[in-house]
Ligand binder design. Structure first.
Ligand code: UD1
Ligand code: MG
Length: 464
């Protein structure tokens, strides 16, 4: 009786908090957007990111069943009875994000007005209205970067939706992100175009140059990023909340890097880092709402749409924010997961359709999942390598006599279970997210410390 009334009181209290939250949040968003109007692009972006959160959070429970009706659902493999829940709900976040980004446009750019014209479409004298010399808004030239980002993200969302609907083949979808990124790369080419990398100070006396122009190879590197980032998020997946969680952590890390430049970096870098923040903030808003529904125990799945979309957001930010190499450092866990997965991705070891951990009904814990090597043996030359990996505790092998009969699937998720033992799904997800965050922080610190050591200066401290 007492417990019941306590529980009622608590749920009443939490529903009051939720109602207050629902009322306060839109007011804050409106206030930020109105106050920031034509003064600060970043403050508008914070306002719009709250709008993105509210809209996504409102839509997901309302459209979930429509996804199920048209066959977009999946079985939650790590729950008793494998319940069916809506799949590809990340499409809602992607759509809200794009709409929010359209709405942002009038608040982000200052006017570059033509005051007199001789007619015939000829531009005469012009002034910069609200000439925002502090750089809080963006000049009209930046609009091309902004629009090309939206174009690139739109085509990525389309690819993701097509993949969720038709389960596209690997060879068909592999190069599509690179085609979607053409507008982005062209804008980079005409607007910035830098393709050189600095030569470390201690190498300079030998090669007798301070930087090397990589030319087309730099573009090849950026194209590889457009293929790698979306796919790397998609293969570090399979437990509730991990796809969105890692994207949120990556977004926060990129924002920390931007904040460092805005607080301590040279003025010349501010515009790029403001631009990066403006792209990331609304993304964090829509992702936070998706996380609310996808975290353990998941009520929806995000689908490939979200994984590709999130990956491409970081490509856009890395390329147009001019910190693509630092961005790749933030992807260290994803790079590790990809390299570690290669034997299975390239079929040296059999790769089951799903490599997510095995759920044990009895204790609700996740155990490493295994590839059956008895029926489908690995390539002969790879067997000794498997034994070495086993010795190094990088995989777990099962033997019958001297014969290998199974190995744990090669994903970072399974490796965490091999190292730390069976775990509940939410604990495992939190562990991987904390790992991602601290590796990212260490990467940012190392990158700037190494910049000083290797090049004698770092573009953050600007000490030449
Ligand atoms: C990638 C991985 C695959 C992994 C899958 C999980 C590679 C090469 N592919 O494949 O090993 O199993 O992601 O997303 O590494 N699911 C859950 N719980 C979750 C998330 C997903 O049970 O928290 C299951 C559901 O059945 C869902 C399905 O995974 O329907 C989605 O898989 P999908 O995104 O289509 O797999 P891939 O991206 O092809
Ligand atoms: Mg997937």
């Amino acid at each position: 009786m007492l417990l019941n009334s306590l529980a009622n009181l608590q749920s009443e209290k939490s529903s009051h908090v939720a109602t207050m939250f629902r009322l306060i949040l839109p007011s804050i968003a409106l206030l930020l957007i109105i106050c920031s109007n034509r003064h600060s692009a970043v403050v508008s972006a914070i306002g719009f990111s709250i709008v993105g959160y509210i809209a996504t959070d409102w839509l997901i429970p309302r459209v979930g069943q429509s996804f199920v009706k048209i066959g977009l659902y999946g079985k939650d493999q790590s729950k008793p009875g494998k319940p069916v829940i809506p799949e590809s709900v990340g499409a809602v976040s992607a759509t809200v994000y794009l709409l929010v980004m359209f709405l942002c446009i009038p608040f982000m750019f200052y006017k570059y007005m033509v005051t007199t014209t001789p007619g015939g479409g000829i531009r005469g004298a012009s002034i910069e209205e609200n000439g925002d010399l502090t750089g809080n808004l963006f000049p009209h030239g930046k609009l091309s970067e902004y629009l090309s980002s939206i174009l690139c993200l739109e085509s990525t969302a389309l690819l993701g939706i097509a993949d969720d609907l038709f389960d596209l083949r690997w060879r068909h979808k592999f190069f599509l992100p690179a085609i979607g990124a053409i507008p982005l790369l062209i804008v980079y080419y005409v607007d910035f175009g830098a393709t050189h990398v600095l030569v470390p100070t201690f190498v300079q006396p030998w090669v007798k140059m301070t930087n090397i122009d990589l030319g087309w190879m730099y573009y090849a590197y950026m194209v590889s990023m457009t293929i790698f980032c979306p796919n790397s998020i998609n293969i570090l997946a399979g437990i509730n909340g991990l796809e969105v969680g890692q994207s949120i952590v990556l977004g926060i890390l990129a924002l920390i890097n931007d904040a460092l430049y805005l607080a301590m970096g040279p003025n010349a870098s501010w515009e790029s880092h403001r631009f990066s923040a403006v792209i990331i903030l609304p993304f964090l808003g829509v992702s936070a709402a998706l996380w609310k529904w996808n975290r353990w125990p998941a009520k929806v799945f995000v689908g490939d749409t979200y994984c590709y979309f999130a990956g491409m957001v970081f490509v856009v930010v890395g390329i147009l924010g001019h910190f693509s190499k630092t961005m790749l450092l933030l992807f260290l866990p994803q790079i590790f997961n990809f390299v570690y997965s290669c034997p299975q991705l390239f079929n040296l070891v059999p790769c089951p359709r799903h490599r997510l951990p095995r759920f044990n009904d009895a204790d609700w814990l996740l155990y490493p999942s295994r590839a059956n090597l008895k029926d489908e043996p690995p390539k002969a030359f790879f067997k000794p390598i498997l034994r070495v990996l086993h010795k190094l505790k990088l995989i777990d092998l099962e033997f019958e006599g001297d014969k290998i009969v199974s190995c744990t699937n090669m994903t970072l998720i399974n490796l965490a279970l091999v190292w730390f033992g069976p775990m509940r799904e939410d604990k495992l997800c939190n562990l991987l997210l904390v790992l991602q965050f601290f590796i990212g922080i260490a990467a940012i610190l190392t990158r700037h410390a190494l910049g000083l050591l290797l090049f004698g200066h770092d573009n953050l401290w600007a000490i030449v």
